[in-house]
Design a binder for this molecule. Sequence first.
Ligand code: FPP
Length: 250
Amino acid sequence: MAEEPGAAFPLDANGRDAAEIPHHVAIIMDGNGRWAEDKGLPRLEGHRAGVEKIRSVLDALARRRVKFVTIYAFSTENWNRPDDEVEGIMSILRDVIHQETRALHEQGVRVVHLGRSDRLLPDLREAVSQAQDLTQHNTAITLCVAFDYGGRSEIVEAVRQIVRSGAKPEEVDEKLLSSHLYTHDIPDPDLIIRTGGEYRLSNFLLWQSAYSEFYTTTVPWPELSATHVEEAICAYGRRKRKFGALTPDP
Ligand code: FPP
């Protein structure tokens, strides 16, 4: 992030952003494949362009003082894509970790992996683990990368851990289950943005999205601009969040 996060935006008397800003923005980065195909390019070129986009969107969100960003990079169902696409995405992840981790660390970004690591090749698993370890104490912004992530699988794994721990049925509550999710120390997303024009969650943060605001745009992920990000944040600012009550949350 080149600029001081938030420098371009007005603050209120308490030093907070004047507009309502989501604390945690989660993004379904859809439309890479169609973007590439529309240009007569291989689908992997769409994913490569998609990776380039992550940095500028992270910058735009950091300038707005968003503290947590989650990106959906590879789902538990994405293994069902053709081998060359899966291998290509794994190779992109490997390149991104090697090329970006140092810079992210210097900018105070904490990187957190959400998802299974047991199906990653050992070198990739090790690289993911090292990136997390290196950045674990950073506080500027947390970037959660959902990779081999599925909401259902996450909940099943949490239930398995609870059963293994010998907890009594009456001891199982929402707090306990949350504490066994990959996101145990990450707040629920306030805003979920989906690019690429579809209207579904696709197994993303199923538990955590119970009261998230949802924003979709037809813009494919590789074409999302800082202005589009701003539009999503403004749309969020106009929502009245009531969390099931009759009055908005104070
Ligand atoms: C959805 O587009 C995107 C994905 C399934 C993968 C996104 C992956 C990246 C941006 C690269 C890897 C990221 C990291 C951080 C290593 P789609 O292929 O479903 O697009 P389509 O709906 O147009 O086919």
